[in-house]
Every structure is written in C-alpha cells, then in structure tokens.
Design a protein. Structure first.
Length: 378
C-alpha cells in the first residue's frame, strides 16, 4: 500500500501532531508499506524576522493558498491519503478521487469558537477559521477519533458522523519506561528537588489544562501533614503572570517549581521519581501524559471525566477538578492507594500497544479503500 500522510505546517511547531505523523510513518513502514509524509510547503513563512500576527497571516497564505495545489499533486501518486490532524480538514479536497481519511484529535478549538467553553474567548478570525475547519471536517468520508470522547464530540458537531468513524487510541509517542535511579537523582538535582518528594504536572497553558487549578489543589493539600514536605514540579510551558501571582500570594514560591521545555529523557526521569502525576485537566482529546506517567511507573491522579477516565482505565485516582478543596481531600484520604496504581498502570498500557494500534489503522485503511472502490464501480 502506498500511503500519503499529510502532516502539519512546520512553522506552527505543533510537536505532538508532528510526532503523531512520524509515528505512523515509522510503524507502517515496518509493516512493509510505502509511506511518505508531506507538509504544507513553507514558501513565505520561513523568514526569521516574522513575528506575531504577521507571521500567523503569512502562514495562512502558505497553508491555504500555496499548499492545496502542491498537496493535490502529491496525493495523485498515492493509494490512500491520511490527513493527520483535523485542523487541516480543508485539505480533504486535495485527495481528489483517491481514498481519504482524517484523524480527529479533539473538538476543543471548534467548540471554543462556538462559545461552548466560556473560559476561552475566541476572536473573529479564529471563529471564521474554526467554522471553516468544522464545515470541512463534517464532510469527511472517514475519520479516526483518538478517544470515544472525541467520537462523541464529533457526532455532536455533525450528527451521523459516528457511522463514518473508528476509535483508534494513540500509542506512546516516545519510548517512556521507568528511569534508572541515577537518572532520577540527576533530574531531581537539576530541578532543585534533592531528596524531596514531589508531585508532577506536565502540560501547556491552554485553558483546559487547568494549571492554576493544579496550584490550587496543591495549596489545599498543604493542610494535610502528609503533604507538608512535598513539593510540586510543573513541567512544560513557562507560567503565566496569573500563575506567578497566585504562587506568590499563597506563599509557595519555594514549594511550587517550574521546569520549561525539558527533553524527553529528563521528563522520563521526573515521571519515574514522582510521588504521582497530578493531571486535573478540564478537557482533553486524549491526554498523553496519563500514559507517559503509567509507562514510567508513576501513579496518576486525574480528572473524573472523559477522556481521562477512558485512557487511565482502572489505574488512576480520579478527582473532581472543579473543587480544589474536595480534590485535595480525596487525594489525602486515598494517598495509600497510590503504590497499587503502579502495577495497574503497566497493565493498562497493554491497551495502547503500538502493534495493536497499527493493526487497527491497517484494517481501517483497507475498509476505506474497499468502500471507495465500491462507490467507484457503481
């Protein structure tokens, strides 16, 4: 099979989406298939002096004016086209008469633009763009959804889409596993943790990541003797000014620590040495940190809502993230159960084994091709 993967525009630096496309290419090639990744070409957006809104608008020219003809030419040489991110749904037309499918990771941006999430304010340009993406996504002949939650959201967006979709979970996008004791000690020393116990949070500053809520839950935990010597390590994007002000206002600047854009090897060590991952997201399409933590033997504390419940299975402590005090109480009362979640987490990972997931993709690819041939023969 000759598969063309349409990935994301490189200057947008959507690392998780780029890793997803790379994973598919590597694993499908291992099965003997010819697989190429193609990106919307960088024509004007590669200049280093571009900044802010100018860079964004120049990127739009590359993605929406220059890319389609280039992608149509590439698509004509393939047996099947797989668009790896739903935000590129406008490229579905580039497949022409070829079998095509798209992966829908989440509907967060589309629903935010429609006012579903009051915490996120979207400008006029963003609303127009998301309306365009939604219109094209709703016309997709086939779609992979990375979780049942995403599938349900897609059905809400466009009733009848469920019949065109298949839920295929993501595998790990890096080879996470328990780190050595020396690697853990090195990562802790680098992070200023020394011999201290710590909770770990991993994520960016998107509203749904609930990073201020992470701080609030940790603050509430300080009332319990068990947590008075525990620190909180927050790895990912730099804190917002609101987060810095909160940390200062509660007097925990020496207890809540920040690590920015760390490499996978260091993150693996931090997962492996943590008391638990604290991941109280309000929304997700999938929630990779849950699996990353479990792969490293790190107990998971996460939200009692989909898709976190779906992905974590029975290997997590679930909390109500809307009430930090109540969440802290649940954690304090059930802290003794965390060690048992380690082995449960390893077992849960069996559901996300790469071979099983690639089997599902290949079966869906064959279904897409068969249905296209059946339509063509009518």
């Amino acid at each position: 099979m000759n598969v063309l993967l349409i990935a994301n525009y490189p200057p947008d630096k959507q690392q998780s989406m780029l890793r997803y496309a790379d994973m598919l290419q590597q694993e499908l090639r291992k099965r003997g298939h010819t697989v190429d990744i193609v990106y919307p070409p960088v024509v004007l957006g590669g200049f280093s002096f571009l900044r802010g809104s100018v860079k964004k608008w120049i990127g739009y020219i590359d993605k929406y004016l220059f890319a389609p003809s280039y992608l149509r030419k590439k698509a004509s040489q393939s047996d099947l086209i797989h668009i790896c991110d739903h935000s590129n749904a406008m490229y579905l037309k580039c497949a022409g008469v070829k079998p095509v499918l798209i992966t829908c990771h989440d509907l967060l941006a589309i629903f935010s633009a429609r006012g579903v999430y009051p915490a996120k304010d979207v400008g006029l340009t963003g609303k127009i763009l998301q309306r365009w993406i939604a219109a094209n996504l709703s016309r997709a002949p086939h779609a992979v959804c990375v979780s049942t939650k995403t599938q349900e959201d897609l059905e809400t967006l466009s009733p009848g889409m469920r019949a065109k979709t298949k839920v295929i979970h993501n595998p790990l996008n890096w080879n996470y596993s328990p780190a050595s004791s020396s690697a853990i000690a090195e990562a802790k020393a680098k992070s200023g943790l020394a011999e201290t116990e710590y909770l770990l949070h991993v994520g960016g500053n998107q509203w749904y990541k609930n990073r201020l809520g992470v701080m609030q839950i940790f603050t509430a935990l300080q009332r319990y003797p068990r947590f008075q010597n525990v620190k909180l390590m927050m790895a990912g994007k730099p804190w917002t000014s609101e987060m810095r002000q909160y940390c200062k206002s509660v007097g925990l600047t020496d207890r809540i620590l920040e690590r920015v854009e760390i490499p996978n090897e260091e993150l693996q060590a931090l997962y492996s040495g943590a008391l638990a991952l604290l991941f109280p997201s309000r929304e997700e399409g999938f929630g990779w940190p849950v699996l990353e933590a479990q792969a490293c033997g790190c107990p998971v504390i996460t939200s009692n809502r989909a898709p976190m419940t779906e992905i974590a299975g029975d290997a997590a402590l679930f909390i109500d993230v809307e009430f930090p005090e109540r969440a802290a109480q649940t954690i304090a009362e059930r802290i003794s159960s965390l060690p048992s979640l380690r082995e449960a987490g390893f077992r849960n990972l069996d559901r996300f084994a790469t071979d099983k997931i690639i089997d599902s993709y290949l079966a869906f690819y064959e279904q897409v091709i068969r249905q296209k041939l059946a339509l063509s023969s009518r």
